[in-house]
Design a protein around this ligand. Structure first.
Ligand SMILES: [Zn+2]
Ligand SMILES: [Zn+2]
Length: 185
């Protein structure tokens, strides 16, 4: 019989690095942690609290829907001044467009550029003209899974107007029908 509990089974007072890709050298400290692509060629490090860490959020917009090949994206934002490429920066390819980026300000550029591993295709982060000075990383690429329950737990959920009907509002998040990120920043 299927379990109805929503709790996870690992000890969330400790770092947890399950086998989730080919990299086996992910780490976390009190201040920083790593994110790796699926094949391990690309590894980033980022701060897990302010001032370099901006916030963590769920996005249900149709762009994130298609982009993730899932039904929502789980993201976190980091100031570019605090994002480090530990390896594989030369292995990142980019793809940029603006058609599906819904946050627009009159007369302003809103192109969003995706940076993904050219070997395994993992999307590592996005950089948007409408979000200057920061990169939007992916919660699922973080190597220490405990951080998704603690410091990186989403506090905001946006574009709920496009959320599938069978997915409940994310527990503990402030809900926004459309853009919420500009309120977070
Ligand atoms: Zn890769
Ligand atoms: Zn989105």
């Amino acid at each position: 019989m299927a379990s109805t509990t929503t709790s996870t089974t690992w000890d969330k007072s400790k770092p947890y690095f399950p086998v989730a890709g080919l990299a086996d050298d992910g780490w976390s400290t009190d201040d920083e942690a790593t994110a790796s692509c699926f094949c391990g060629a690309v590894q980033l490090s980022f701060p897990t609290h302010g001032p370099g860490f901006v916030g963590s959020f769920i996005c249900n917009c149709s762009d994130c829907h298609k982009l993730t090949a899932s039904i929502h994206a789980s993201n976190f934002t980091v100031l570019d001044t605090h994002l480090k490429h530990l390896r594989g920066q030369e292995n990142l390819k980019t793809f940029a467009q603006s058609k599906t980026i819904f946050f627009k300000e009159p007369g302003k550029e809103n192109t969003m550029t995706n940076y993904f591993c050219s070997t395994c295709g993992s999307l590592m982060y996005r950089v948007g003209a409408a979000f200057p000075g920061m990169s939007i990383l992916r919660l699922g690429s973080v190597d220490d899974f405990t951080l998704m329950e603690t410091k990186l737990r989403p506090t905001m959920e946006q574009y709920t107007k496009d959320r599938v009907s069978w997915k409940a509002p994310t527990e503990g998040t402030t809900q926004f029908v459309e853009d919420g990120l500009h309120g977070l920043v």
